[in-house]
Ligand binder design. Structure first.
Ligand SMILES: Cc1cc2nc3c(=O)[nH]c(=O)nc-3n(C[C@H](O)[C@H](O)[C@H](O)COP(=O)(O)OP(=O)(O)OC[C@H]3O[C@@H](n4cnc5c(N)ncnc54)[C@H](O)[C@@H]3O)c2cc1C
Length: 358
C-alpha cells in the first residue's frame, strides 16, 4: 500500500455501489469507485418498488427491509439538499388486487399484520381504474421511488463529494496483500486499499478471488411502459405489477427468466407483461405502449443479499446479490457498509445475509 492509496475501492456503480461509495465518503474516507457499464444493468432498468410487505422475507431480513423502506424519506431529503434533485417518492401504500373469489381468500389469509382490506366500493373510490376487482389488500408504508431519477441524483452526488474518484474499468480479480486488499483491472492496472467493497451486480461470478460471489446469477426481467391511466398506487396482481410514476409513464412488470446474460426483450416476454398488466388495470389495454426494456437482477439462491465481511479476509466486503429488492435495500446497504469500514455500529442483524452461507 502506498501513501496515495484510497481507504476503500468500491467495485460497481449501480445503485448499490453508488450508495456505498457516497456513504463511505461521507464518513471522511477516500474512495475509488471502479465500474464498467454493461447492457442489462439492473438499477436503471428496475421498477423502483419499495415493497417489503409484498416481497416479504422472514425474520430479521424482513425487519431490515422495512428499515430500508423507512430510511427513504430522510435519505431523499438529504440527497435533495446536497444535489438539488428531488427524487419522486410514492408513499401511498401498495395494493394487491383480488380478481377472483379464490384470489380474495388467498390474499386475506396471507395479509401481514399491518395491512388492511378494501372492499370493492372502497377500492373503486380509491382507484377508479380498479373498479373491476373484488377488493384489495393495502400495505401502508410501502410504495415506490423513481429509480431513474435516483440514479441521476446519486451519480451527481458521487461526482460532488471530494473523497470519491471514479475510474472506468473492469475488475477481473481481487486478492489480499500483507496489510491491504488489491484489485486488478482488465487493463492490467492494479489498485490497493484497506477495504474493497464488491457491488458488481449480476456479473459478480466473473471476479476471481471472491468466492462468495460464485452463487450470484442473472435473472432477466422485462418491463413495459404505458401512457398513464390515472392510477396513483403501485398495484400487484396475480401475475405482475403496475407502477405509476409521478412524472412519467406507468411501468408494468415483469418476467423472471433464467437466460444467462442475455439482456434483450422478447415478443413473448412483452406479451406476458402486457397481459398481466391489463388484467390488473383493463384501461391499459387501450393505452399506448411507450417503450419496453430488460434488466438483469443479481440473484442469490435464497433471494437475500450477500452483505458483510469475508470470513477469512475482513477487508473484503460483499454488497451484492440484492435480487428483486436492490432499489429498496441500497441506501441502508450503503449505511451498513459505511459503518463496517469506519469502525462504527452496524445496528442491524445481518446473520441471514452472511456472504459464505451457501
Ligand atoms: C426488471 C427489474 C425490475 C426490478 N424491480 C425492482 C423493484 O421494483 N424494487 C427493487 O427494490 N428492486 C427491483 N429490481 C432489482 C434491483 O434493480 C437490483 O437488485 C439492483 O438494481 C441491483 O443493483 P446493483 O448495483 O447490485 O447492480 P447493477 O445495477 O446491475 O450495477 C452493477 C454495476 O457493476 C458493474 N460491474 C459489474 N462487474 C464489474 C466489474 N468486474 N468491474 C467493474 N464494474 C463491474 C456493472 O456494469 C454495473 O454498472 C428490479 C430489477 C429488474 C431487472
Amino acid at each position: 500500500m502506498s501513501g496515495r492509496d484510497p481507504d476503500a475501492i468500491v467495485v460497481g456503480a449501480g445503485i448499490v455501489g453508488l450508495c456505498v461509495a457516497t456513504a463511505v465518503a461521507r464518513k471522511g474516507l477516500s474512495v475509488v469507485l471502479v465500474s464498467e457499464s454493461r447492457k442489462g444493468e439492473a438499477s436503471s432498468a428496475a421498477a423502483g418498488m419499495l415493497a417489503p410487505s409484498v416481497e416479504r422475507a422472514d425474520g430479521p431480513a424482513h425487519d431490515f427491509a422495512v428499515a430500508a423502506r423507512d430510511l427513504y424519506p430522510s435519505y431523499l431529503e438529504r440527497l435533495a439538499d446536497d444535489v438539488g434533485i428531488r427524487v419522486p417518492l410514492n408513499e401511498l401504500g401498495v395494493l394487491q388486487v383480488a380478481l377472483t373469489e379464490r384470489g380474495m381468500r388467498g390474499l386475506q389469509k396471507a395479509a401481514g399484520p399491518e395491512s388492511e382490506w378494501l372492499d370493492r366500493t372502497e377500492l373503486t373510490r380509491t382507484e377508479p381504474a380498479l373498479g373491476h376487482a373484488l377488493g384489495a389488500v393495502v400495505n401502508p408504508g410501502d410504495g415506490a421511488v423513481d429509480n431513474v431519477v435516483l440514479m441521476a441524483a446519486l451519480t451527481e452526488l458521487a461526482a460532488m463529494l471530494p473523497g470519491i474518484r471514479r475510474l472506468d474499468g473492469s475488475v477481473v480479480s481481487v486478492s489480499q496483500n500483507a496489510a491491504s486488499q488489491s484489485v486488478t483491472l482488465r487493463s492490467g492496472e492494479s489498485l490497493d486499499a484497506m477495504w474493497v467493497v464488491l457491488a458488481p451486480g449480476a456479473w459478480g461470478s466473473y471476479i476471481r478471488g471472491a468466492p462468495a460471489l460464485r452463487v450470484v446469477t442473472p435473472s432477466r426481467g422485462q418491463l413495459v411502459s404505458f401512457e398513464p391511466v390515472g392510477l396513483r398506487h403501485v398495484v400487484y396482481g396475480p401475475r405482475g405489477y403496475v407502477v405509476p410514476r409521478a412524472k412519467g409513464p406507468t411501468i408494468a412488470g415483469s418476467t423472471m427468466e433464467n437466460v444467462g446474460f442475455e439482456a434483450s426483450t422478447t415478443a413473448q416476454g412483452i406479451a406476458h407483461v402486457r397481459s398481466a398488466a391489463e388484467e390488473i388495470a383493463p384501461a391499459l389495454a387501450v393505452s399506448p405502449v411507450a417503450s419496453a426494456w430488460a434488466g438483469l437482477r443479481p440473484v442469490t439462491p435464497d433471494m437475500l443479499p450477500l452483505l458483510g465481511q469475508d470470513a477469512e479476509r475482513p477487508g473484503l466486503v460483499y454488497a451484492c446479490g440484492h435480487s428483486r429488492n436492490g432499489i429498496l435495500l441500497a441506501p441502508l446497504t450503503g449505511d451498513v457498509v459505511a459503518a463496517i469500514v469506519s469502525g462504527g455500529t452496524v445496528g442491524h442483524d445481518l446473520a441471514q445475509f452472511r456472504p459464505a452461507r451457501f
